[in-house]
Design a protein around this ligand. Structure first.
Ligand code: NAD
Ligand code: IPM
Ligand code: MN
Length: 369
């Protein structure tokens, strides 16, 4: 049986609550002998700051580097509002992404049939939705230098963030998007703002060249990022794969989340480049949502984004694509059974807790086996 090292980083707020539900499923796979997951759990975010004075320790980074995959819950919360900028919980997540080289963030937005009426948009706009946002994750304004606040005197300060992209960063994310499009409906929309940003001009140029050189069979359209946001709400099913930069990808994926019914539904995979010798990619799997301080500790969180993130790990890190399909099937069945956490609650359905949803999904997986 193949053995995999899996690092669990539950984090803060609802992070530990949803990670516990994914963990049940991880442990079931090991107990069934489908694969052996050697799990280790560690602190990240505010909980790591409270313990070690930083949002991710060097020791945790070493464990993450050595792992076959990381399963990440969520970080942040009002408790750490006053913490220095480079030590705040979110800095832990950014260091993991940067130091592991996880430049490709895949955020699939799928509207499960049972949730077609749970979105804030009309059924016919979202029914059957299946789009994939490919977000560049280690560049752009998140990491560009200078990044600073300078005191100018006279009660005036100047804040600077820098949006930077090099050709190679755009090339590699474009390739990921085109490759994935070939496994789907063969269409890529590239979103930038070349009308006002130099990085948008380069993004457009590089994506076009990579397309023409290596992927002429894939349909490519360029869309300005603000228009893309509007189109996602107007007629989202026109898209297959959307490739975009770090900041636009952050915002567009929260919009896409609501098309599926809730932010609590959207999983993601953050992948590095394949290793030259082994072909293995470093990977971190994380729900798109945050630590949801408003519902933390109440057993109300929807664990589906987290569990579906583990399904993505089965597909992209562990070569268990069929099991990923089955796990997603178990999620769909729970929704078909009328089981709902509060965020996707609808009339006539049954509101259940985080752990009851986790248990129901596991039972459906077992029953389908
Ligand atoms: P959030 O995603 O935590 O919450 C936004 C809204 O969605 C809240 O009303 C919340 O209750 C709801 N929600 C989110 N996930 C849910 C789930 N699984 N089930 C049910 N409802 C859910 O965003 P926010 O409130 O803007 O941020 C809170 C904190 O989380 C901040 O510190 C932020 O920086 C952090 N954050 C972390 C991550 C991450 O760790 N990957 C992502 C986004 C935000
Ligand atoms: C996300 C989050 C993160 C981001 C934060 C917590 C650093 O919003 O993963 O979408 O902005 O990338
Ligand atoms: Mn976000």
């Amino acid at each position: 049986m193949t053995s995999f090292k899996l690092l669990l980083l539950p984090g803060d707020g609802i992070g530990p609550e949803v990670t516990a539900e994914a963990r049940r499923i991880v442990d079931w796979f090991t107990a069934q002998g489908i694969a052996r997951f050697e799990t280790e759990e560690d602190l990240v975010g505010g909980s790591a700051y409270d313990a070690h004075g930083e949002a991710v320790s060097d020791a945790t980074m070493d464990t993450a580097q050595a792992a076959d995959a990381v399963l990440f819950g969520a970080v942040g919360g009002p408790k750490w509002d006053g913490v220095a900028y480079d030590k705040r919980p979110e800095a832990g997540l950014l260091r993991l992404r940067k130091d592991l080289g996880l430049f490709a963030n895949l955020r699939p937005a799928i509207c499960y049939p049972a949730l077609a009426d749970a979105s804030s948009l009309k059924r016919d706009v979202v029914e059957g939705l299946d789009i994939l946002i490919v977000r560049e994750l280690t560049g752009g304004v998140y990491f560009g230098e200078p990044k600073e606040i300078t005191d100018l005197g006279n009660n005036q300060k100047r804040a600077v963030d820098t949006q930077v992209y090099d050709t190679y960063e755009i090339e590699r994310i474009a390739r990921v998007a085109f490759e994935l499009a070939r496994t789907r409906r063969n269409a890529v929309a590239s979103a930038e703002k070349r009308n006002v940003m130099k990085t948008g001009v380069l993004w457009h140029e590089v994506v076009t060249r990579i397309h023409d050189e290596a992927y002429p069979d894939v349909a490519l359209e360029h869309v300005l990022a603000d228009n893309c946001a509007m189109q996602l709400v107007r007629r989202p099913k026109q898209f297959d794969v959307i490739v975009t930069d770090n900041l636009f990808g952050d915002v567009l994926s929260d919009i896409a989340a609501m098309l599926t019914g809730s932010l609590g539904m959207l999983p993601s995979a953050s992948l590095g480049a394949p290793d030259e010798k082994t072909g293995r990619r470093k990977a971190l799997y994380e729900p798109v949502h945050g630590s949801a301080p408003d519902i933390a500790g109440q057993g109300k969180a929807n664990p589906i984004a987290m569990i579906a993130s583990f399904a993505m790990a089965l597909r992209y890190s562990f070569g268990l694509g069929e099991w990923a399909d089955r796990l997603e099937g178990a999620i769909a069945t729970a929704l078909d059974q009328g089981l709902r956490t509060g965020d996707i609650m609808q009339d006539g359905m049954r509101e259940i807790s985080t752990s009851d949803m986790g248990a129901a999904i596991l039972k459906n997986l077992q029953d389908a086996d």
